[in-house]
Design a protein around this ligand. Structure first.
Ligand code: NAD
Length: 437
């Protein structure tokens, strides 16, 4: 977009491109996805440098969790898109014998994708891929809190994609507010629930449907009798990836009082094994996004007994991977989504209390369970509500492109990834064809 273009002009330009009808064509959609793929492969190092500048992400992590992740999502779609777009026949009632009924996936038009700062490449471009696969044009709004990545995306997107099809609008609250005043055919927002409400209210003025990918406190239940070395190592990998700034990170751990001491010891050992005795020296360990979040997190460090971690340095926005024991349910760290490298371990007297604890709070984006007991798995699955469930391994469920990714209740509405993205960005149109004569 040119610097002078207003939101209304950007949307009008994309709507005009949509109305030409060219976005409906399968070859066009395939071509857009290939261009987006090329953006990620050719621009990968530029994006990885920006992610390092914004979040201290290592190159390995930048590729694994953002660039290659999104490439895989695109490849999954490219391989299956033609099949997904096949009209789906439906049987007709006897009175309509001779007629045919079909469901077709109709593109929506112009969609708005608003992304957050924590995975600023993946969370912008994976929805953009879904929107293009569904035959839409897209306004992409990166997060201003990851400014280097936002700038890199604003350079790369027009280099690889037709600006009449994907327009980048950078900016913060005023720019996003101005965008949200326009009429879109779908708004896809990832971020916190407070802004989610603002987005939904703005969209309601135009009766525009929304997808809200939000967060929350995702619990991890550790059953007695599990291999705590394995559990701790997996919890540490999931929790401290991106310095805990991951929407599906295990937020807190629930276990019984007998297991807790051995588990917290195992967590401390797993932290040291992964990041060494001083994580500030580890190339694999990132930094907190900004001072505001740093200050917020430092206030939570006193919420329990420090088993490992606690060190922090405002100048470099470093907070050590921290495990807290003896944490009370009403302590500050249990107030809101932590979204940082602090893992509180709380004790509950058995599964009933764990389920009551989870059900007594907002529905989380993910629930993790570490157990070998099928009855425990079954009860957790059926007696709690969450966006998704990871048995035995945090985070990995969202790498399965055939699974829907999204929240429920306070953790969001709607979902995407793979064919679920196509469904999110399409209208399922019913077509009945009754022959004349
Ligand atoms: P953020 O501050 O980057 O905000 C997200 C987007 O909202 C940005 O593009 C920002 O410009 C825009 N925005 C901010 N204020 C606005 C306003 N008043 N009006 C309109 N737009 C506005 O990111 P964040 O919200 O701090 O992200 C962290 C939260 O996102 C956490 O709660 C996390 O769990 C959640 N999250 C969810 C997912 C998911 O996939 N479900 C993924 C990542 C993060």
């Amino acid at each position: 977009m040119t610097a002078a273009a207003t939101p209304a002009e950007v949307v009008a330009r994309l709507r005009a491109a949509f109305r030409t009808g060219r976005t409906r064509d399968l070859d066009w959609r395939t071509d857009q996805l290939k261009r987006l793929r090329a953006l990620l492969t050719e621009g990968g190092d530029e994006l990885a440098d920006a992610l390092h500048a914004d979040l201290g992400k290592s190159r390995k992590e930048a590729y694994r969790t953002e660039i290659d992740f999104t490439v895989r999502e695109i490849d999954h779609t490219l391989e299956r898109l033609a099949g997904w777009l096949e009209p789906e026949p439906a049987p007709v009632p006897d009175v309509l014998a001779g007629a045919s009924a079909l469901t077709v996936q109709d593109p929506l038009g112009v969609v708005l994708v608003i992304a957050p700062w924590n995975y600023p490449v993946q969370l912008l471009l994976a929805p953009v891929a879904g929107a293009l696969a569904a035959g839409n044009t897209v306004v992409a709004k990166p997060s201003e809190l990851a400014p280097a990545t936002s700038a890199a995306l604003a350079r790369l997107i027009p280099r690889h994609l037709d600006p009449d099809v994907v327009a980048v609008v950078e900016g913060a609250v005023p720019e996003t507010t101005a965008l949200l005043a326009e009429r879109f055919d779908h708004v896809f927002y990832t971020g916190n629930g407070t802004v989610g409400r603002i987005v939904m209210a703005a969209a309601a003025k135009h009766l525009t449907p929304v997808t809200l990918e939000l967060g929350g406190k995702s619990p991890a239940f550790v059953d007695r009798g599990t291999d705590l070395g394995t559990v701790a190592s997996r919890l540490v990998s999931g929790k401290f990836l991106n310095t805990g700034q991951t929407c599906v990170a295990p937020d807190y751990v629930l276990t019984d009082p007998e297991t807790a001491p051995a588990l917290t010891d195992a967590l401390a050992a797993a932290v040291e094994e992964r990041f060494g005795p001083d994580a500030s020296q580890s190339p694999e360990y990132g930094r907190i996004v900004n001072e505001r979040h740093f200050d917020r997190l430092v206030k939570l460090l006193d919420s329990g007994r420090t088993v490992t971690g606690g060190a922090h340095d405002r100048a470099t926005k470093y907070i050590a991977p921290t495990v807290l024991a003896d944490v009370a349910p009403d302590s500050p760290v249990m107030g809101e989504e932590i979204f940082g490298p602090i893992l509180p371990v709380l004790t509950v007297d058995g599964l009933d209390e764990a389920i009551a604890f989870i059900d007594g709070r907002d529905k989380p984006l993910a629930l993790y369970a570490f157990t070998t007991d099928p009855a425990v798995r079954e009860r957790l699955l059926t007696e709690t509500s969450s966006g998704g469930v990871g048995m035995g391994l945090p985070l990995a469920h969202l790498t399965v492109s055939d699974l829907p990714f999204g929240g429920v209740g306070e953790s969001g509405m709607g979902n995407y990834h793979g064919r679920y993205s196509l469904e999110t960005f399409s209208h399922r149109k019913a077509v009945l064809d009754v022959p004349l004569g």
